[in-house]
Write a protein that binds this ligand. Structure first.
Ligand SMILES: Cc1cc2nc3c(=O)[nH]c(=O)nc-3n(C[C@H](O)[C@H](O)[C@H](O)COP(=O)(O)OP(=O)(O)OC[C@H]3O[C@@H](n4cnc5c(N)ncnc54)[C@H](O)[C@@H]3O)c2cc1C
Length: 385
């Protein structure tokens, strides 16, 4: 039976995270953005709430949340700070999530408790300077020796790359097999031949750590192969089906935060002797934003609902992420417009929300890539029928 209500557990989770975000993150978000500094002090607090082990089973010290619950957490964090939201999303969904998804019992025992407790942050490296949307064009190479794997190449745009210490890295193992010749590896900070490259200066998400990673004949033990040989890209597609629900939820939170700020501002600010909110032009902007954000939430909740039932959500995840990212950009843009000149200043949070939301149209597959995935699914099924 489908319910549009949150369950009791989901309501408690939402209220807990909302309260935490308002107390511990919101008062600092503007400063962290301006200082362009990763707020390491928030990590133990996130861990204490169980928010760093959301994809980790309880047996390994995690909080084992459903996809529906993870979406709620990411939305609530993003309402006040996109940077903290992406830090948590990438750590849980990509780095940690990939180890939980494909790891052996031994790998899970070794890495998941450290990741869930916040002792170590996780990062995930697929993108390279020469291959983004075309991930199968990766050049980073892993060569097997008798007693080790040796990785050579560069990764870029890696979230948590310099603050993390456990990495999942995708590298080519059988070049002639293209995307079916890519394998995932676990690399620990301190591995010989591995170093962090330059920090990437960004338009938004200033308090999120984004860096290049450099592998120069980096040697890792054979047992650090994660998942089947040449199966890394196939596993990645499943990781991204979940990750796109997280990024869509981040967009939803950013859009909602901006929309609510605009709604309150419109009620308070007076021009021509009456509140801005008395003008139909302003009301219509609020109506459009709220409608599109609610539609985003329904798409995201359906994709998460299917994930939690073990169903394949490639189509639903891409549709939800594409729509939510665009809805968020429109909501942030309208929110700035409703704030007028003040919206263009850093004194109000809506310009930061717009800068942060733009990433949701790019990361984990651009809008164009989502459309390609959606069409592949639609036409693929049509052809097969
Ligand atoms: C803040 C941030 C954090 C990130 N975090 C991570 C991370 O943790 N790990 C990771 O691995 N990656 C990460 N990324 C990388 C991100 O996933 C890529 O930037 C994204 O996939 C796009 O790749 P690209 O930047 O190389 O763009 P390109 O692939 O070069 O695309 C450029 C433009 O061309 C379009 N385009 C490309 N191919 C086609 C086509 N066939 N048809 C139509 N249009 C096309 C794209 O949609 C885009 O508009 C992050 C990026 C950012 C900005």
């Amino acid at each position: 039976m489908i319910s549009f209500d949150y369950t009791e557990d989901e309501r408690i989770l939402r209220d807990t995270v909302r309260d935490f975000a308002r107390r511990e993150i919101a008062p600092h978000a503007r400063r962290w953005d301006e200082e362009e500094r990763f707020p390491g002090e928030i990590i133990p607090k996130l861990a204490a709430l169980g928010l760093l082990g959301m994809t980790v089973p309880e047996a390994y010290g995690g909080s084992a949340l459903s996809m529906q619950q993870i979406a709620i957490v990411i939305e609530e964090l993003a309402r006040v700070d996109g940077s903290v939201a992406i830090t948590v999303a990438a750590h849980n969904g990509l780095g940690t999530g990939h180890i939980n998804f494909a790891g052996t019992d031994e790998q899970k025992r070794r890495y998941l408790p450290r990741l869930a407790s916040g002792e170590a942050l996780g990062a995930w490296g697929l993108t390279e300077p020469g291959s983004g949307s075309d991930a199968a064009g990766a050049r980073t190479r892993a060569i097997r020796h008798a007693d080790k794997w040796v990785i050579t190449g560069n990764k870029t745009f890696i979230t948590n790359g310099s603050v993390g210490s456990i990495y999942v890295i995708l590298a080519v193992t059988t070049p002639e097999k293209k995307q079916r010749g890519i394998t995932a590896f676990i690399v620990e900070r301190g591995a010989p031949g591995f170093r962090v490259g330059k920090h990437i200066e960004k338009m938004g998400l200033h308090a999120s750590d984004t860096v290049e990673l450099i592998f120069e004949e980096c040697a890792i033990p054979l047992e650090n192969q994660l998942g089947p040989l040449d199966g890394g890209f196939i596993d990645t597609l499943q990781i991204l089906d979940k990750g796109r629900i997280s990024i869509g939820s981040m967009a939803l939170g950013l859009g909602f935060g901006a929309y609510e700020a605009a709604r309150e501002y419109a009620k308070e600010r007076k021009q021509f002797g009456k509140p801005l909110a008395d003008n139909q032009a302003i009301q219509f902007m609020l109506a459009d934003s709220r409608t599109e954000l609610e539609a985003s939430r329904l798409l995201l909740r359906r994709a998460a609902w299917m994930q939690d039932r073990g169903q394949r959500t490639t189509l639903q995840s891409s549709m939800a992420k594409l729509y939510a990212a665009q809805a968020a950009m429109r909501a942030c843009d309208r929110a700035i417009q409703i704030h007028g000149g003040y919206g263009y200043t850093r004194e109000f949070p809506v310009e930061r929300a717009l800068r942060d939301a733009k990433l949701c149209e790019i990361g984990e597959g651009t809008n164009e890539v989502q459309r390609m995935v959606i069409c592949r699914e639609l036409l693929g099924r049509a052809l097969a029928a």
